[in-house]
Design a protein around this ligand. Structure first.
Ligand SMILES: C[S@@+](CC[C@H](N)C(=O)[O-])C[C@H]1O[C@@H](n2cnc3c(N)ncnc32)[C@H](O)[C@@H]1O
Length: 359
């Protein structure tokens, strides 16, 4: 049987594996097989081998498989697999995907984490390793169209803030991996880390149009955002005239907090980070406003990768309900509903964050 076609080496946990690991490679029947020995604290990124995909192909309805893989015998699908992965990868990267973000979903995540804490499913101090898949980049506020502040990522810092506020993590112990396939997002986070290494904080700017009917919960969240990870920013860009009644909150995120976030180029549908020992697996994985862009097959692949990266008993949080395969070790064990904007007579805007637990 064919092994993984390639194993790529990742820089994770603050160490460059490329610098420290010998790559042992051999030519086996014309296939390049690269083995990456790992030691404690080091993880490798791998593309998904067909052996991991087969259980999904076996249980998914035929019409939910990609057109190229339909109506074929298992050996044909296995032979086509590397090709399918590379064509899909090229297509996704060429097409690009939306990267927008806002603080709304981060309130939804905080409410979910709080409910899990209250329910006793997540214990104080239990979160050390977190993966945020698709942190996103806010370059104009989608709802209001504001673009008077530089582009920024919010979710990694929002999640750290919530974990500290809820006493679920300690900053000295916390490592956050930010996985994305957008070079723009990755370069943005790398640049923030470079500035943090020189002692410069990362500024998050949060405008609020006071004419909008934000729920009291969202207003409280906005007011307290960042209190556990930074200070009020010394300078905040003023909203332009004509922007309406806008209040702006600026938070200078402390450099050690910025440095706790490590960006990594990873496509969650076809790649995963393999922990080299069980205690390097993630306690918590988050992916919001991403899985909706994928079909059932791709979502199932993503869920399988997430399950493999989580420790047993670890949690995956998402606001996109996904089809749960009977064979998946991840199952929904609860959810939290949060309302962000309430328009009497018209309706509410909010999110349901689903708690998936790894068996
Ligand atoms: C719409 S944004 C959502 C940002 C943020 N999670 C939020 O909820 O506000 C989607 C993010 O997921 C990233 N993304 C999309 N598909 C991905 C994939 N297959 N693997 C990793 N990141 C992905 C995008 O580049 C972008 O950063």
């Amino acid at each position: 049987m064919r092994g993984p076609l390639f194993i790529r080496v990742a820089d994770f946990g603050g160490r460059s594996l490329l610098a420290s690991l010998p790559l042992v490679s051999a030519l086996v029947f014309g296939l390049v097989l690269i083995a990456v020995p790992t030691t404690r604290g080091q993880s490798v990124k791998t593309s998904v081998p067909y052996s991991d995909v087969k259980p999904i192909v076996d249980v998914l309805r035929e019409d939910l498989l990609p057109a190229e893989l339909r109506g074929r015998i298992p050996a044909e699908i296995e032979a086509l697999w590397p090709d399918w992965v590379s064509r899909r990868d090229a297509m996704i990267r060429a097409r690009g995907l939306p990267v927008d973000t806002s603080i709304f979903i981060d309130l939804g995540l905080e409410r979910a984490l709080d409910a899990m804490r209250v329910a006793g499913v997540i214990r104080p101090g239990a979160v050390r390793r977190v993966a945020i898949i698709g942190p996103g980049l806010d370059f104009t506020d989608k709802l209001e169209g504001y673009d008077f502040y530089p582009e920024q990522t919010i979710q990694p810092f929002a999640v750290i803030d919530s974990l500290l506020r809820l006493d679920l993590a300690e900053i000295a112990q916390l490592q956050v991996a930010a996985f994305d396939l957008s070079p723009r997002v990755l370069e943005h986070l790398e640049a923030a880390r470079a500035r943090a290494r020189a002692g410069t904080p990362y500024t998050v700017v949060l405008p609020r149009n006071t004419d909008r009917p934000w729920t009291p919960d969202l207003v409280d969240y906005w007011q307290a955002f960042g209190n556990w990870i930074g200070e009020a920013a010394a300078r905040v860009p003023p909203p332009p005239p004509g922007a309406g009644r806008v209040e702006v909150r600026g938070i200078a995120v402390r450099p050690p907090v910025v440095l706790s976030v490590t960006p990594l180029d990873l496509d969650i549908v076809t790649e995963r980070l393999g922990p080299s020992s069980p205690d390097e697996a993630f306690d918590l994985v988050i992916a919001t406003n991403i899985l909706l862009y994928y079909d059932v097959f791709e979502q199932s692949l993503a869920m399988a990768n997430i399950a493999r990266m989580l420790r047993p008993g670890g949690f995956f949080l998402s606001n996109n309900r996904v089809f749960e395969l009977p064979t998946s070790p991840l199952s929904g064990v609860g959810f939290t509903d949060t309302t962000y904007i309430s328009l009497p007579g018209i309706g509410d805007t909010g999110d349901r964050v689903i708690w998936y637990r790894r068996q």
